[in-house]
Design a protein around this ligand. Structure first.
Ligand code: FE2
Ligand code: FE2
Length: 331
């Protein structure tokens, strides 16, 4: 077989796979580009200092804010653990493109970094860390959310088909692009008011990674559409819409639960509108109509506030500022 024929035969799933990883020339070039962005975005949780926040948490953070902060930490630490397993156990085994496999493997490592980040925060701030990790045992809303995420990822683990794999990609768009954002919002609301500011730096690094993961799954979906167009029928789109709608409701419900009667002027209604605008964006990107037309983002400042600013944080002093931050134009 000629080299060109070998590369052309490559498929995201159900393609030839000799496990030799003769990766170049590339078939799925976008995966290589994402991998390079991931490499450029390398960071480590121990680089973020949390001493000031520890003092703030122990002496000045109100009980209501502590409850919201710990709740956000509890879910996020659970979610990254779930996602690490989901990637390695459910997604990677079915992928036959070597370059996409490399990307997903790197993603799994990043999820491990995130697990470590949340654990660093929980150990630093909490009097009893195990109470945060196991909050789902006492918090029904959190337990329901964890159970839903696990159910969603188990579908593929239990019954593989090309169709289920493709729907799992949609589920991962929801996971990477919707499920984190109530928790992130709580942290940014506090940091904007000067509370738990160092922690928000950690979250900015995590969010930048999650955004890359979202792009990875959006690209995988686009590739599936090219390679397996027969899977993208009306029923698939209907089911994808239902999946995103359920994910949005679940995340909004969780965010409203976290923010309670409101924190620093931010209300449960604002959380709901924010999560709906994010869901609209995700839907549009994968070729679906907006689920909630006319919803306006009430916290548009988050987009700028959540950007990594290496000049400000400056913990990789030797790294030129332009070296980091994604080199890809996603849109
Ligand atoms: Fe993560
Ligand atoms: Fe992720």
């Amino acid at each position: 077989m000629s080299s060109a024929a070998r590369v052309n035969a490559r498929r995201l799933i159900e393609g030839p796979s000799d496990k030799l990883m003769a990766v170049t020339p590339l078939k799925h070039k976008w995966a290589w580009e994402i991998l390079e962005v991931m490499e450029q975005n390398t960071w480590f949780p121990h680089d973020v200092r949390l001493g000031n926040d520890k003092l703030f948490y122990q002496t000045r953070l109100t009980d209501q804010k502590k409850e919201a902060f710990d709740g956000a930490l509890a879910f996020l630490s659970n979610l990254d653990g779930l996602q690490l397993h989901n990637i390695t156990d459910n997604i990677v085994p079915h992928v036959t493109s070597p370059e996409v496999r490399m990307c997903l493997t790197r993603q799994a490592w990043e999820e491990a970094v995130h697990v470590k980040s949340y654990s660093t925060g929980i150990e630093e701030f909490s009097v009893d860390p195990m109470q945060v990790y196991t909050r789902f045992e006492r918090d029904g809303v959190l337990a329901a959310k964890n159970a839903h995420v696990m159910r969603q990822s188990a579908i593929l683990g239990e019954s593989y088909s090309a169709r289920n794999f493709t729907m799992a990609l949609v589920a991962n768009v929801a996971l990477e692009g919707i499920y984190f954002y109530s928790g992130f919002l709580i942290f940014y609301i506090l940091a904007k008011a000067g509370e738990m500011v160092q922690w928000s730096d950690m979250i900015r690094y995590i969010q930048r990674d999650e955004e890359t993961h979202l792009r990875l799954f959006e690209h995988m979906l686009a590739t599936q559409k090219e390679e397996r167009p027969e899977l993208f029928n009306a029923k698939f789109y209907d089911d994808a819409l239902v999946l995103l709608d359920e994910s949005c409701k679940l995340e909004s419900n969780w965010g409203r639960h976290l923010i309670g009667k409101g924190i620093l002027g931010y209300t449960p209604q604002m959380v709901d509108a924010y999560i709906k605008t994010l869901t609209n964006k995700r839907a549009k990107k994968i070729g679906l109509p907006e689920l909630y037309p006319g919803v306006v983002n009430p916290v548009s400042w988050v987009e700028t506030f959540s950007e990594v600013n290496d000049n400000k944080i400056n913990f990789f002093e030797a790294k030129p500022a332009a070296y980091s931050v994604g080199a890809l134009d996603w849109d």
